[in-house]
Design a protein around this ligand. Structure first.
Ligand code: USQ
Length: 406
């Protein structure tokens, strides 16, 4: 297949591009490199040293003889460029990762809120619009988030996208319907993924587009089979308070002797998936497209659920790290249960990689190897969800006053 990977320079986009190239597909990465600019804005860098996208694809070609093509395009801003590219290349499938994906970054300021909404919603809409205009029958696979559901405890498992409901009619009958599970975003970033869902539902209904939305949990790990093949193919690995995600952060913190930054009681339960499974799921989704004129296909792309404090205690046991119980910079439930259905991927052959498989040590080893690149002052999460909360988040675990509230 000829596959366009939008956002193919990012944390999941890059290993997905390698995985699919390895499987024999023709890969075209479209990316505006915004993630690299955001590193510059925040004054942070990936724990792992990353080469330019051109250098990465050159090394891949040298290793495998396979070419990955790169096109510098901003989906949100360059509609005509995107449309022109799609008209010329007419890919069989499009994987859409090209969105700002960090909740804390999206909550940093009014400017960051605007950027996240404008970037994410316009990128998705420009793409759908161009596909219809060009009569392009490509299968669109989108990286959504488990966060569209919210994490509330309702005593029932979260279904894969759709919820059966009974609606009472005016003449006293009950009609059954399946609706999108009520969205309940916890950040501006998560809200943009809820808006994406509405765009997909409309374009599938109105124009018959074939769309799969993958509601992914928190990704952990860094290497995949392909990124291990050469030091310059290494994936990016974020540890800072905006882009680092919880388990990877704890592992890096343990490696550099920094207290593990648990927010609140650590009672938040979240869904997780290893990066290797993430790229496998995307391949499975590509092989199982929905029919034209059917509703959006939705998969829950996660393999396990864990409570944040259990993860911290596990990492502390494994490494001897200290735990810092910090005021929570986010507005979220202090404690929640989470049960998620994920039978669709399991039935299609996914064999989950779980936390107990020795991969945690591998991440600590990677973190130790590159510990010299870590700026400890960028570890605390300083982005507060409201002004009231900002006033409470005063010091980092090492006792320094945080800049954002000074
Ligand atoms: N947390 C801590 N300490 C930390 C970092 C986070 O206790 O140092 C807590 C947070 O308060 C939160 C939980 O851990 O309760 C998860 O935070 P996270 O930063 O790991 O994940 P999140 O902000 O939800 O976002 C990440 C990805 C996003 C993806 C989402 C999937 O950045 O792109 O969509 O995970 S999900 O969480 O299932 O919605």
């Amino acid at each position: 297949m000829k596959i366009a990977v939008l956002g193919g320079d990012g944390f999941v986009g890059w290993p997905t591009s390698l995985h699919l190239s390895d499987a024999g597909h023709e890969i075209h990465i479209l990316d505006n490199l915004s993630r690299r600019w955001i590193d510059t804005e925040l004054g942070v860098q990936s724990l792992t040293p990353m080469d330019s996208i051109q250098e990465r694809t050159r090394v891949w070609h040298g290793e495998t003889g396979r070419r990955i093509h790169f096109h510098l395009i901003d989906l949100a801003k360059d509609y005509e460029l995107l449309k022109g590219w799609l008209a010329r290349h007419r890919p069989d499938a499009i994987i859409h990762f090209a969105e700002q994906r960090a909740a804390p970054y999206s909550m940093k300021s009014d400017r960051h809120k605007n950027y996240t909404v404008n970037n994410n919603v316009n990128a998705t809409h420009n793409l759908l619009n161009a596909m219809v205009e060009l009569d392009l029958d490509a299968h669109l696979v989108h990286l959504g988030t488990m966060g569209v559901y919210g994490y509330s405890t309702v005593g029932a498992a979260i279904p894969e996208g759709y919820l059966p409901v009974g609606i009472e009619t005016m003449d006293g009958r009950t009609v059954s319907q399946e609706i999108l599970y009520p969205s309940n975003p916890g950040s501006i970033y998560h809200m943009t993924k809820c808006l994406d869902q509405q765009l997909f539902a409309f374009y599938a209904k109105n124009d018959g587009l074939r769309i799969t939305d993958l509601h992914q949990g928190i990704v952990w790990g860094t290497h995949t089979e392909q990124t291990r093949r050469h030091p310059q193919l290494v994936n990016r690995f974020d540890y800072d308070g905006d882009y680092g995600t919880v388990l990877n952060r704890f592992l890096i913190q343990a490696a550099i002797g920094y207290p593990l930054t648990v927010h609140g009681t650590g009672g938040q339960t979240r869904a997780f998936i290893h990066i290797q499974d993430s790229v496998r799921c995307i391949e499975i989704a590509l092989k199982n497209p929905p029919q034209r004129n059917s509703r959006v296909e939705i998969f829950n792309q996660m393999t396990e659920t864990h409570r944040v404090r259990d993860l911290a205690e596990m990492v502390a046991r494994m490494t001897g790290a200290q735990i810092a119980w910090l005021p929570n910079p986010r507005k979220e439930a202090a404690e929640n249960d989470l049960v998620v259905k994920n039978e669709k991927f399991l039935n299609l052959g996914l064999a989950p990689t779980t936390l107990g498989e020795g991969l945690l040590e591998e991440i600590v080893d990677v973190a130790k190897k590159f510990a010299y690149r870590v700026d400890r002052s960028r570890v605390p999460a300083v982005s507060a969800w409201t002004r009231d909360i900002a006033a409470k988040v005063e010091h980092d675990p090492e006792g320094r006053r945080l800049k954002s509230v000074s």
